[in-house]
Design a protein around this ligand. Structure first.
Ligand code: ATP
Ligand code: MG
Length: 668
């Protein structure tokens, strides 16, 4: 075994002082609590729901039946308002002058919202929405960059019971149209322009010729960001001015527990985006519970011995256009009474150490990002990190895809300053596995106490019972067997339906294995019970009857020192059924030589075994990625087989597609 293989297979431990002051202090307690939570989920969730302020108490924790009504209803009969829970109640409890949201502009403008300031701003915005005719249950589309108005407007929707549908600011106007039409939004909130790396980029203007074809839209509410000249449309409203003149009095609408809180379309990695529906009480309880126990930060729910002003500082780098931004920047931290940082810009402007600068300047204690960001930042070298004082950091985390060994190790060493040796100890890396559909974490380490294995999302959260199934739906009990990843009981934060298409919901998630929620992913468990995600089950490559998960093959390819990134897909083969077609991006400066292909193949076979042989290798300078940084394998599969590539609207770099098609044609 090579030195690096040995290191990779070690167990890594969180700094021991974290456990001393943690809400859950030992793995024995975790195991005991987990067992209780799955044996008696109603009791567990009733306890967690005590963190939420209901204006009318709920009658039953859960009503449903398996498999007919798998998700069921949560906290039925209760009335509450999510915005009240995130903002008003902290003001009422005397914390009005304490920090809540810290918004940082790319030019370093800072808005330090206290809970009271947030309450005022949200109330004014809510009144402005009302003036535009928005009522409880109406859908409002927010297509905005990461400006503070995005956070404020989503809370304003929640305040008056309107359903927000947030579309990532980087998407095209036609993807906005599709989403507006799918859920009949009556108001679109948009920015005049976007600030990006010191320049103004058009936003509102891109709607020309498109918004006129959205029949449900009654108003286009324009937020002034740059004051730049925009294309004018008859339904335009100057939203900034409208908000400004509103009163700060706006009551919170009492909502039923099961009323819809928001719709969010999935990233579209595997096909047409689905309008995932999340509801009020369940989403809130689940998000708060997971964040409290996983990150263990001090917050108004539980100050852990510090003064309110000395609370931990939480910084999640996601865009609010993704579920991560919804759950982890806004709703859960605010409802817990935490300090949450929201940053407007990209990690590389005005310099390559922007994230680390923010951590130093704002005293970030908990930093949460995605493997794709770690890989990008890692390329700039250690010096960019070492310039900054990251002493205050207590925990690190990732979400979105497998955090592979090279980036895991870099995160541990360079950002976390973790130790090496037989028993490495350092700042924990929380590897959180979840989906738009699941509301918050499913599989995750409790930062303060769970021993980590690089690349593993470790163990289930409370009330979550993962099962590994074979094609027949039987449980796989053998360790290290690639299996379908499913859950055999519901939890409060699970989506309730696909907007306007309940059949698609049932078909996609609940039909393959009746009585289970099926994630669409492959996973396996090792002898010590650690879970590893192996990629999407529809990305599987069947070579001579062996089912290979794409993530596994890619990890083997990526471990070659000259490889920066790779993506694999199946390619038809007359004897083997299919073989592996690999797209490989090389490290900067490495020449695309034919001999290197043989070297990579030999390396992969030695790492992953003889069945894992990339049959065709194509070097490419970039890979098609979704806006959330995920490789779009269905496009690569189509290019490999020279088939129709379908919809590429949610790609962040559509220009690479043509390049790949040309390169593919050269291969013959
Ligand atoms: P679509 O469902 O439209 O194809 P998507 O699945 O990319 O899009 P998300 O809900 O943002 O949209 O992503 C969830 C998926 O991301 C998971 O199903 C899993 O494949 C992957 N994922 C998320 N977190 C992790 C993690 N910690 N480890 C491994 N994979 C992860
Ligand atoms: Mg998905």
């Amino acid at each position: 075994m090579s030195e690096s293989d040995k290191e990779k297979q070690k167990i890594y431990y969180p700094n021991p002082e974290l456990a001393t002051n943690a809400r859950i202090k030992s793995m024995d307690t975790y195991k005991e609590m987990w067992k209780k939570s799955v044996d008696n989920p109603r009791e567990f969730w009733a306890e967690e729901a005590k963190m939420v302020t209901f204006s009318e108490p709920y009658k039953e924790v859960w009503t449903g039946s398996t498999p007919e009504d798998f998700v069921g209803k949560w906290f039925q009969g209760g009335k509450l308002n999510v915005c009240y829970n995130c903002v008003d109640r902290w003001v009422e409890k005397g914390y009005g002058n304490e920090k809540s949201l810290v918004w940082i502009g790319e030019d370093d403008t800072v808005k330090n919202y206290t809970f009271k300031a947030l309450q005022d701003e949200v109330s004014k915005t809510a009144n402005a929405l009302k003036e535009l005719g928005v009522k409880k249950g109406d859908r409002v589309c927010l297509w905005l960059p990461m400006i503070s108005e995005l956070a404020v407007t989503m809370l304003a929707c929640a305040r008056i019971g309107a359903i927000h549908s947030i579309v990532f600011g980087g998407f095209s106007a036609s993807s906005v149209k599709d989403r507006i039409d799918d859920s009949d939004c009556t108001v679109l909130v948009v920015a005049d322009e976007v600030r990006r790396s010191g320049k103004a980029r058009p936003m509102k203007k891109n709607l020309e010729g498109i918004i006129e074809t959205c029949p449900s839209i009654e108003h286009v509410a324009v937020v002034k960001v740059t004051g730049g000249d925009v294309w004018k449309y008859e339904k335009d409203v100057d939203f900034t001015a409208l908000v400004e003149k509103q009163s700060i009095e706006c009551p919170c609408e009492p909502m039923d527990s099961e009323d819809v809180l928001f719709i969010l379309y999935t990233s579209g990695t595997t096909g047409k985006p689905k309008g995932v529906v999340h509801t009020t009480a369940g989403f809130l309880v689940y998000g708060m519970s997971t964040n409290k126990y996983v990150w263990d930060y001090s917050c108004l729910i539980d100050l852990k011995g510090v003064e309110p002003k000395d609370r931990d500082v939480w910084y999640c780098t996601a865009d609010i256009g993704w579920i991560t931004g919804h759950t982890q920047i806004i709703y859960s931290p605010l409802a817990l009474g935490a300090i949450t940082v929201m940053y407007e810009g990209v990690p590389t402007w005005p310099h390559k150490g922007r994230f680390w600068e923010i951590c130093e300047k704002y005293g970030v204690t908990h930093f949460y990002t995605a493997p794709t960001a770690i890989r990008a930042l890692m390329r700039f070298g250690d010096a960019e990190v070492n310039k900054w004082n990251l002493e205050k950091l207590k925990m690190l985390g990732t979400v979105g895809e497998v955090c592979n060994w090279p980036e895991w190790k870099w995160y541990w060493d360079v950002v976390g300053k973790g130790s090496g040796g037989e028993k490495p100890v350092g700042r924990p890396i929380v590897d959180s596995y979840w989906q738009t559909e699941t509301g918050s974490y499913m599989m995750v380490n409790l930062g303060a106490i769970t021993p980590m294995k690089p690349g593993s999302c470790t163990f289930p959260y409370f009330g979550i019972n993962p099962v590994l199934l074979n094609e027949e739906g039987e449980k796989n009990t053998e360790p290290m067997t690639q299996s379908y990843f499913a859950y055999d009981m519901p939890w409060p934060g699970l989506m309730r339906t696909v907007w306007g298409d309940h059949d698609r919901f049932v078909q996609t998630y609940l039909t393959k294995f009746p009585g289970h929620y099926f994630t669409g992913d492959y996973a396996q468990i090792d002898a010590e019970g650690y879970y590893f995600i192996l990629g999407r089950s529809d990305d599987v490559i069947k070579v001579s009857g062996h089912r290979l998960g794409s993530a596994e093959v890619e990890a083997a390819i990526n471990s070659h020192p000259k490889v920066a990134e790779s993506a694999v897909c199946p390619y038809p083969h007359s004897m083997k059924g299919s073989t592996i077609f690999a797209y490989i991006t090389l490290m900067q400066g490495v020449e695309k030589a034919e001999e290197l292909k043989a070297e990579i193949v030999a390396h992969v076979r030695s790492v992953a075994g003889p069945t894992v042989k990339p049959e065709i290798i194509m070097f490419s300078d970039a890979l098609p990625k979704t806006r959330s940084g995920k490789i779009m394998r269905r496009v690569l599969k189509a290019i490999a087989t020279m088939a129709d590539i379908g919809d590429v609207m949610t790609l962040s770099n559509p220009e690479v597609v043509q390049h790949l098609i040309d390169e593919r044609a050269k291969l013959g």
